[in-house]
Design a binder for this molecule. Structure first.
Ligand SMILES: Cc1cc2nc3c(=O)[nH]c(=O)nc-3n(C[C@H](O)[C@H](O)[C@H](O)COP(=O)(O)OP(=O)(O)OC[C@H]3O[C@@H](n4cnc5c(N)ncnc54)[C@H](O)[C@@H]3O)c2cc1C
Length: 469
């Protein structure tokens, strides 16, 4: 695998001719920074390029095609399934310089941005107008809109407002053939095939996004944030189903188990009770009028299902503190373990209790520590498996546990990824969910977009049709 010295030198010279010398990285010290994302997957690129315009991206893709060099687009590298890891070596195309918000159109309720814009930066800019972009992955301080679109990211507020695919209206894409195409746009109901829908969630395997038109909306007028404290995770899970069944749709309904509560509390001291079995963070939003009634309603449901306490944040500072533990729990996890795997399955909400029980059993069977922190309202589980990546035996047990968790999710009528994508980590689990015919349809789409098989190869498909090396 990889280019020989002469070919690599020629390739680097050609890249420099397109983007200039400073935008091509080749030293080992630089390349190491692009060999990983937030998963445990690792693979070093041979060269990294940082284009600044769509014309440059198109020229780079055309060059890669001429030379037969595999390439992968990279946003912030916060992916949790290895999507931006260059498993075939070759070229990483960093979108970091595509960092401009091009337009905020309040009348049209759209924003047009470059893909390297960080989620929170877009939201900070929108907040000045009283607007927001609703998808809010917990990585919102770092992850990019391009990465969010490519992974169809979710987030705590996606329960009420929908995941990224509900908010992307149009894209500019450099196809693997080198052509630049517009998909969708600001006008509603574009005729023809829904290529925007196809592109969102395609994990960088169908082309490189160079512009994104997103839906924006007014920020909620009023917000209430609750912390419901339970002795048992099963009761918290029952409360989740009961809240949804009652007809109230919170904007967020997040769960953390005892393992995560302890890790977060020891590190951040945000005020979660360390003797609880599980907590729910429940956020309600909308018009001020009637919101307190909903709070009482939800609190009563939690208390009826065994909550020992339901606390309401009394200030914005307290609210932010409650969210800090949820959003930044991984920082706390890194203090207690050299590594972790984040599983990411979904199940119908009424199967949550059963599948969470299965997760505990799987952990015990493999002698692993697992904590649960997840988008409970969406039935989107995130068992966090602690693992020392240098311990091969433990890593193998953790991979096996991940697979069995996905199996349990599928058997319960769910899926193998709620939001983190398939990437490298879940390839083997694809046949749990898709029949050979269904996989063949997806592979045919991949071939139609990427006839040379060079665009983020080695990801998503178990058949290895696009594996290199
Ligand atoms: C602490 C933490 C919390 C997280 N919380 C959530 C969460 O709540 N919800 C959630 O959904 N995810 C979450 N994630 C996962 C991750 O942040 C998301 O998947 C995010 O959307 C990735 O964005 P990125 O810019 O980091 O993309 P990267 O990791 O750089 O890339 C991800 C994929 O997108 C592709 N890609 C990136 N840019 C482009 C582009 N311009 N064109 C084409 N393809 C592109 C890459 O090739 C790769 O396949 C979390 C991660 C961490 C570390």
């Amino acid at each position: 695998m990889g280019m020989d010295r002469g070919k690599l030198d020629r390739f680097v010279r050609a890249l420099r001719a397109i983007v200039g010398k400073d935008a091509v990285l080749q030293s080992r010290a630089d390349l190491i920074l692009y060999e990983f994302d937030a998963s445990l997957e690792r693979s070093m690129p041979e060269v990294v390029v940082l284009p600044g315009t769509v014309e440059e991206v198109a020229a780079i893709v055309a060059l890669a095609n001429r030379e037969g060099v595999p390439y992968v687009a990279r946003g912030a590298g916060t992916g949790l399934s290895g999507g931006s890891v260059p498993v075939a070596g070759g070229l990483v195309i960093s979108m970091a310089r595509f960092n401009r918000i091009l337009e905020i159109d309040l009348e049209g309720r759209t924003a047009t941005v470059e893909p390297g814009v960080v989620n929170l930066e877009l939201n900070n800019a929108l907040a000045r107008h009283g607007y927001w972009f609703a998808p809010d992955p917990a990585s919102h301080k770092a992850s990019t809109i391009g990465g969010n679109a490519a992974e169809n990211a979710g987030g705590p507020h996606c329960l009420k407002y929908g995941v990224t695919s509900n908010h992307v209206l149009g894209l500019e894409v450099v196809l693997p053939t080198g052509q630049v195409v517009q998909m969708g746009g600001k006008a509603l109901d574009a005729p023809g095939y829904d290529l925007t829908g196809l592109m969102v969630g395609s994990e960088g395997t169908l082309g490189i996004i160079t512009k994104v038109v997103v839906r924006i909306g007014p920020r909620p007028c009023a917000i209430r944030t609750l912390l419901a404290v339970f002795e048992r995770m099963e009761d918290a899970a029952q409360a989740v189903s009961a809240i949804i069944a009652s007809g109230i749709l919170p904007s967020s309904l997040e769960m953390m188990d005892r393992f995560i509560i302890l890790a977060v509390e020891d590190y951040f001291h945000v005020g979660y009770p360390k003797d609880a079995g599980a907590v729910l963070i429940i956020e309600l939003d909308g018009l001020e009028e009637g919101l307190d009634r909903q709070v009482r309603w939800v609190s009563d449901i939690c208390l009826e299902r065994g909550a020992r306490e339901v606390r309401s944040a009394q200030s914005e500072e307290e609210r932010q503190r409650l969210w800090k533990g949820r959003r930044e729990f991984l920082t706390a996890i890194t203090k207690i373990s050299p590594g972790h795997l984040t599983a990411d399955g979904t199940v119908p909400r009424n199967r949550l209790v059963e599948v969470l029980g299965n997760v505990v059993q799987i952990a015990q069977r493999h002698g692993l520590s697992i904590g649960n922190v997840f988008h409970a309202g969406d039935g989107n589980l995130h068992p966090i498996i602690l693992v020392d990546p240098s311990d091969e035996n433990q890593r193998a047990r953790a991979d096996r546990a991940c697979y069995e968790i996905m199996q349990a999710c599928v058997e319960a009528g769910g899926t193998i990824s709620g939001e983190h994508g398939i990437g490298l980590e879940k390839i083997e689990a694809m046949p749990l969910l898709f029949s050979p015919d269904e996989l063949a349809v997806m592979e045919a789409v991949k071939r139609a977009f990427d006839p040379f098989g060079l665009c983020n190869p080695g990801k998503v498909f178990p058949s290895g049709i696009v594996r290199y090396g």
